[in-house]
Design a protein around this ligand. Structure first.
Ligand code: KG4
Ligand code: ZN
Length: 352
């Protein structure tokens, strides 16, 4: 019964360019709600739990779920207030169903299923990583597929050939750690707070690449990544210096690590775009807010006559605008609403 009504409503608005979408993101440690009209952002509310998880040195899943429960209703209320709307003005609901922490995802999914049922509105299930890519369409209105996208987040690192709003091929992926994970682990060794990425970036300011770090896959033609050897090299260096009683040049170590990781990501992405003859490169994900990565990508893209796009810093890390944008563009690509039996899927693949 619900689904028939929701589908009927969906059919009426699916081709409307200025459809209004209310989206929820709760896959990790941000509870977020956004409202978009077409490609315009009317509200972008993010309740971050970073301060809560900092003292544990990383996200504690159980604590994240509990805090999502406490924050979610306020986020929706605030988003509606910021947009000057009521639920009656919303055409479509959207929610992240994976990938992420299962308990955290379940809060968003359960909340949105209840809201969909209560309002009898259509609900679109969104893949979190696809959201990171799609936020670029809102941030850069002229961007359209095809393009080569570097996905650089806390849980994923990959190179995707985005062929259309609905079709994507993964050309390279990390064989071990994600790049954000490597930033966070190295930061820990350097005694920096969670999340490590922004802390390493700040520490690296004014540093030099004086510390030798190996380059994985140096002599192999692949778009794949490996960050665990780099992370281990940094950790071993720090331990050796400690054992010898010598002082570590923390600035240079942070710089050398950041320089290596960002250079590898940029080189792989640019080489991929050139070899595949695609003239546009895009950055997506939390590590995409890294200044060195953005600057290097812009420089190399220019050298190779490629267009380059990335979201503003605020839209790189987790938010719900990205979920609304992916819902909007997946509807263009033919996505249908889900029924009330939608389940969260912690391990959903990038292409699912
Ligand atoms: O995409 P995201 O918000 O969450 C996931 O979907 O995983 O990415 C979070 C990751 C964390 O590992 C964080 O340390 C990293 O993005 N990050 C950064 C920067 N800002 C956030 N890494 C490097 N430099 C930054 N400025
Ligand atoms: Zn994310």
């Amino acid at each position: 019964m619900y689904y028939d009504i929701a589908l009927e409503k969906f059919e009426k608005i699916k081709d409307k360019e200025d459809k209004v979408i209310l989206a929820i993101e709760s896959s990790c440690d941000e509870t977020a709600c956004a409202i978009t009209r077409g490609k315009d952002v009317l509200a972008n509310i993010i309740a971050s739990q970073i301060d809560i998880h900092k003292r544990f040195g990383g996200v504690v899943p159980e604590i994240a779920s509990r805090n999502h429960i406490m924050a979610i209703q306020n986020c929706v209320d605030e988003a509606l207030k910021e947009a000057g709307m009521t639920l009656d003005d919303i055409d479509v609901l959207a929610v992240t169903y994976g990938a992420g922490l299962l308990g955290a995802l379940l809060v968003g999914v359960s909340y949105m299923k209840a809201l969909a049922f209560a309002t009898q509105k259509p609900l679109i299930a969104v893949n979190h990583i696809k959201g990171h890519i799609a936020v670029n369409y809102i941030a850069n209105k002229e961007l359209k597929p095809p393009f080569i996208c570097l996905i650089a987040s806390g849980g994923h690192t990959a190179i995707a050939h985005v062929k259309s709003y609905g079709e994507m091929e993964i050309l390279g992926t990390t064989q071990d750690d994600a790049c954000g994970e490597a930033f966070d682990k190295v930061a820990r060794v350097l005694g920096l707070e969670y999340p490590g990425g922004p802390q390493i970036q700040a520490l690296a300011e004014g540093g030099k690449a004086t510390i030798d770090i190996p380059t994985p896959y140096k002599d192999v033609d692949t778009y794949d990544f490996s960050f665990s050897g780099i992370k281990t090299a940094v950790i071993n260096y720090a331990h050796k210096m400690e054992q010898k009683g010598e002082e570590i040049n923390r600035k240079d170590l942070a710089f050398s690590f950041q320089d290596k990781v960002t250079s590898i990501m940029v080189n792989n992405t640019i080489r991929c775009a050139c070899e595949k003859k695609i003239d546009t490169v895009v950055i997506a994900g939390g590590v995409g807010s890294n200044k060195a990565l953005r600057e290097k990508m812009a420089l190399e893209a220019k050298k190779h006559h490629l267009n380059v796009f990335y979201p503003p810093i605020k839209l790189c890390t987790d938010n719900a605008v990205m979920i609304a944008s992916q819902a909007y563009h997946s509807i263009i690509a033919g996505a249908k609403p889900v029924d009330i039996d939608l389940d969260a899927d912690a391990n959903v693949r990038i292409t699912d």
